[in-house]
Design a protein around this ligand. Sequence first.
Ligand code: NAP
Ligand code: MG
Length: 406
Amino acid sequence: MEKIKVKNPIVELDGDEMARVIWAWIRESLILPYIDIDLKYFDYHILNRNATEDRVIAEAAAAIKEYRVGAKCAAISPDQARVKEYGLKKAWKSPNTATRNLIGGTLFRQPIICRNVPRLVPGWVKPIVVARHAFADLFDAAEISLPAGGKVYLRYVPHEGGDPVEAEVCDIAGGGAAAGIYNTEESVRGFAFSCLNFGLERGFPVYLGTKNTTLKQYDGLFKETFQEVYETQFRKLFEGKGIRYEHRLVDELAAFAIRSAGGFVWACKNYDGDIISDLVAAGFGSLGLMASILLTPDGKTVLTEAAHGTITRHFRDHQAGRETSTNPIASIFAWTRAIYYRGLFDATPAVQRFALTLEKACIDTVEAGYLTKDLATLTGGTAWLTTRQFLVRIKESLDRNLAAQG
Ligand code: NAP
Ligand code: MG
């Protein structure tokens, strides 16, 4: 079969440990034999980050901005134990956060659904995509401890001059604590664009949850900005696809989500997103079935990855020469989602179709009863394949699906 030609490059960020081992197996057996692609390779191996003093991260991010599509393998965020293990110059910053910060945009976590993998919430037959606004909010709060009774104020001093604005937060008799949080219109607007672009592309409705009844200004900024962006830029496009955007009170949205069949984007403020993304991930079951996509507000730059880490425990077995049963699906989806967006940006449907076919091959393989240990455990089974046996099954399914397409 002739390879499918991919017009423009994908930036490949290699990683660490078991994730790196699987990443290479996927590249060599499921990607390069089928598509003719220029991969711009950057090595995020912990020793290369150490040797380049993290310059590789800046270079990779610049390449992603240039080519607009990146696929990232999981990589170690070093702590003191890693500094010792690898003899590092220091505990370099998290490569994930560092890369995301250089590119900007919103992180979407999307579960991959297989009919025979039970979910803690059985009703969730379609993915709930959690979009977390990763800016400010409680994570950039100013806080003070209040040792005894007193008053606390919020005070705004405009750069351009003009009168300061003050609000009394509290007047308390005894000690306590106080915190101040903020957000910016620019960041919220970018978040709205990212979420609405993502929903539009996938054909998913988008719901924003806030408590604007209580925080009329702060949560109101989110509600009003989303509404304005939707009305002026997206409503017609959404209606054309038979989907919509809606603001909901966050508690009502939580209750709706648990009763729903899934199939929507849940736009979360930063703190809500911290909780909701872990809650939804747990509800769907397996880390090996959770994909992650960073999308910029204009919808024109993406970085894909698996939500799991480098799977150190499995790597120790691999190093000892033992076969592991590690689930490669989220890493395969990091590749396929990148290829899918490459095809979208290049207007090459054959490239997009290949990505979707490989995704289908993964799901078909699981639904045919071939499982890695994590999935076998979830389904109550005791038989599982090694990572390599599982990858062979996926390849067979891919070949069958491609042959059926002619
Ligand atoms: P992890 O790599 O996600 O693995 C934690 C456990 O989850 C594994 O031991 C395994 O459980 C299970 N698991 C995760 N992915 C799996 C898969 N694909 N197939 C089967 N089981 C899977 O988290 P971690 O051990 O806390 O972190 C290891 C390293 O990854 C750390 O150095 C951390 O900095 C890094 N990390 C990187 C990223 C990223 O690059 N985005 C994200 C998170 C963590 P069992 O042992 O029970 O089989
Ligand atoms: Mg969390």
